[in-house]
Design a protein around this ligand. Structure first.
Ligand SMILES: [Zn+2]
Length: 192
């Protein structure tokens, strides 16, 4: 890779966190790009005990997770959520019912040696609300998407990854796990 300022070769420094131009008169520094991505727990429009989970192609058997996707250029997080849920599941998101950030998760070994930053979306009741329940899975992007009932989700949270013949969710290192866990905790606190 060459310097964007002077054209000399660059070198990797600080264990790959930066690159530096090898020209001593330039010494420009370059940082890996960060790709923002949104991840959201989508709630059923009328049934409090249901949330939307999907499976990407090539995932380990039994693994389901919240829908997620990368932001496009000049797109807000809110717009990205609406677009991704619509593209992947054919579902409209009711953004008026509230969107906040639960937290974020960096993924330092993302595409093209860059860093992905997953931003988890949450609302007062945890998750964004679907305006419609009918699912139309985009089979180019996803293997399957469907509504899961609270009892199923509880079983998935308790199932270790890789358990043969059982469905499961990502482990605690993933923000997806915490989006789902918080949805479950709120419902349980409400007596569901
Ligand atoms: Zn340079």
């Amino acid at each position: 890779m060459f310097c964007g300022s002077c054209g000399h070769k660059t070198e990797s420094i600080e264990c790959g966190l930066k690159r530096r131009c090898t020209s001593s008169s330039c010494a420009a520094r370059f940082y890996p790009r960060v790709n923002p991505a949104c991840i959201m727990l989508v709630r059923h429009p009328t049934d409090l005990r249901k949330c939307l989970l999907g499976r990407s192609k090539g995932w380990p058997p039994g693994m389901w997770s919240c829908l997620a996707g990368f932001l496009e250029v000049s797109e807000s997080l809110e717009d990205a959520i609406v677009r991704e849920v619509s593209e992947e599941a054919g579902i409209s998101v009711d953004i008026e019912r509230g969107v906040d950030i639960l937290g974020s998760q960096p993924w330092p070994i993302g595409r093209n040696q860059s860093c992905d930053l997953m931003i988890g979306r949450d609302s007062g009741g945890v998750g964004v609300w679907a305006a419609t329940a009918q699912i139309a899975v985009n089979v180019d992007e996803m293997e399957d998407i469907r509504w899961f009932d609270l009892s199923e989700v509880l079983e998935m949270l308790a199932t270790p990854m890789g358990t043969v013949g059982k469905k499961n969710l990502p482990s605690q290192v993933a923000i997806s796990h915490h989006l789902v866990r918080r949805w479950v905790d709120r419902l349980t606190a409400l007596g569901h």
